[in-house]
Ligand binder design. Structure first.
Ligand SMILES: Nc1ncnc2c1ncn2[C@@H]1O[C@H](COP(=O)(O)OP(=O)(O)OP(=O)(O)O)[C@@H](O)[C@H]1O
Ligand SMILES: C[C@H](N)[C@H](N)CCCCCC(=O)O
Ligand SMILES: [Mg+2]
Length: 206
């Protein structure tokens, strides 16, 4: 069975879909967003940026209308999200799985987005943004991942380069640095492909 990775972040709007596009293109992987709350669909965004003849894009387990926390968006539609109803797509390919919001975004009154990674024993790729306050947000997320004994492949920094912020997060986490995505004027297929090539220059499945 090939590897699967869970892309999560310290927040919503952190760049998970952008980073998922980069990893999907780099690894010619399949992509899956188990829970989508609000539009545009992240899957449509990734399909716009990823072009190779191997990647497949799998259907969400829950496609919710409201751009809200998944637990609330589901309640608006009089449904409840159950982890048991979230089944891994059938594929022999590497799979990039994107969360929703941060790791403790609720999917129901009792479970969280990170429980999806735990259920399928997915290795996490953590997107840490660079802004004043993001060290605290990153270390809070990292401490919770450690407490839950979630395996982490490494960190992708997203935002303007700040070595003080990045170094202290890497030091306290002990996680490997994977990539830095700068603030880009516009996200295009070319930008995604450029980062995919950069990622592959140091990537190792081990
Ligand atoms: N480094 C960057 N440069 C330019 N734009 C960026 C960058 N990172 C993210 N964005 C933009 O910020 C917005 C939010 O990013 P994205 O949709 O990837 O967040 P997300 O973490 O996937 O959010 P969600 O929790 O809803 O899935 C998008 O319009 C995206 O293109
Ligand atoms: C709607 C948004 N774009 C994401 N899909 C879901 C964000 C969940 C946030 C939950 C919270 O308040 O932490
Ligand atoms: Mg997204």
């Amino acid at each position: 069975m090939s590897k699967s990775y869970f892309i999560t972040a310290i927040h919503t709007d952190s760049g998970k879909t952008l980073v998922s596009s980069i990893f999907t293109q780099a690894l010619h992987a399949d992509y899956w967003k188990p829970i989508q709350a609000g539009y545009p669909r992240d899957t449509d965004t990734v399909m716009k940026f990823v072009h190779n003849n191997k990647s497949r894009f799998h259907k969400e387990a829950y496609l919710l209308q409201a751009p809200m926390s998944p637990h609330a968006a589901a309640r608006l539609e009089h449904i409840e999200i159950h982890l048991d109803n979230i089944l891994m797509p059938r594929t022999e390919n590497t799979l990039i799985v994107e969360g929703a919001g941060g790791i403790l975004a609720p999917i129901s009154d009792t479970q969280f987005v990170i429980d999806i990674a735990a259920k399928f024993k997915l290795e996490v790729i953590l997107v840490c943004n660079i802004y004043l306050g993001s060290i605290n947000h990153s270390l809070l997320t990292i401490n919770e991942l450690k407490r839950r004994k979630i395996k982490v492949k490494g960190i992708v920094f997203n935002g303007p380069e700040n070595t003080e912020t990045e170094d202290i997060i890497l030091k306290h986490s002990g996680y490997p640095y994977l990539l830095r995505v700068k603030q880009e004027k516009k996200i295009t297929q070319e930008v995604v492909n450029r980062y995919a090539i950069e990622l592959m220059s140091t990537w190792s499945e081990k």
